[in-house]
Design a protein around this ligand. Sequence first.
Ligand SMILES: [Zn+2]
Length: 284
Amino acid sequence: MNCQPVVLTVDVEDYFMSPESIAFEQWSSFEDRVQVGLNRLLDMLSTCGRTATFFFLGYVAERHPEAVISVAKAGHEVAVHHYWHQPYEQIGKARFLEGLRRTKGILEDLIGTKVIGHRAPMWSVRRDMPWVFEGLLENGFQYDSSLFPIRTYLYGDAGAEPEPHWLNFGGGRILEVPPSTQTVFGRRIPVGGGFFLRAYPLGMTRWGINRRLRSGRSVVLYVHPWELDPGHPRLQLPTKLAWIHAVGLNRLGRKMTELVKQYEFTSLRNSLSRFEAIAGGTNA
Ligand SMILES: [Zn+2]
């Protein structure tokens, strides 16, 4: 019987918030739709009694405080997805720390409990950026889920460890929980999340999840609210980016409904002790 966590994570940002498409300064001119997909996902999860981790962008939390509160009240984990959705290498250490503290403060004021989890925008952390992990430890984070262990067209670090592991920085250590991958014909591919969740047939996602569970490994998937809102306005993007953004949008709602029914999704926080055990010991 499977006893490994099957974790669903949600990066709470809107359809126009990635820097490869629209600059932060222009966001206010776009229709705000984040709650359409968010509410759809929350309904799916509550119907089946599942929980998830919601990494909120600080900008979104400020504009939708009621969404943060309702996510927490429904038993889900609230965590940090920074403030501006800019890659950390571009904004640098000072701005990273500013956005990290600002977003953590916004979320903790709203939900009244400590926030312990972080995911970088655009998976924009690499192992050679110690100032990110030191900043997380200094600010009370217990885990990070930002190292994408595959190099893709837009992001990732092919040399990163693909399973949960400890990272030692500045006299402390933080648990790194990467999105799940699997090796097929000698090549590492994502199990499912974002583009990959939309582009893969449902059977392939199920196969990847089941394969990991059968071999005693945990599963971490991710999705964005806008991916469950196929009616959102289309952006003017270069052809390749437009395809990446739009592929499989119309099918994801049905796929997610099936996955939420089939798997006992839970939050990363609920599974922390099991991830720590996988990584080799607790942090007590
Ligand atoms: Zn994001």
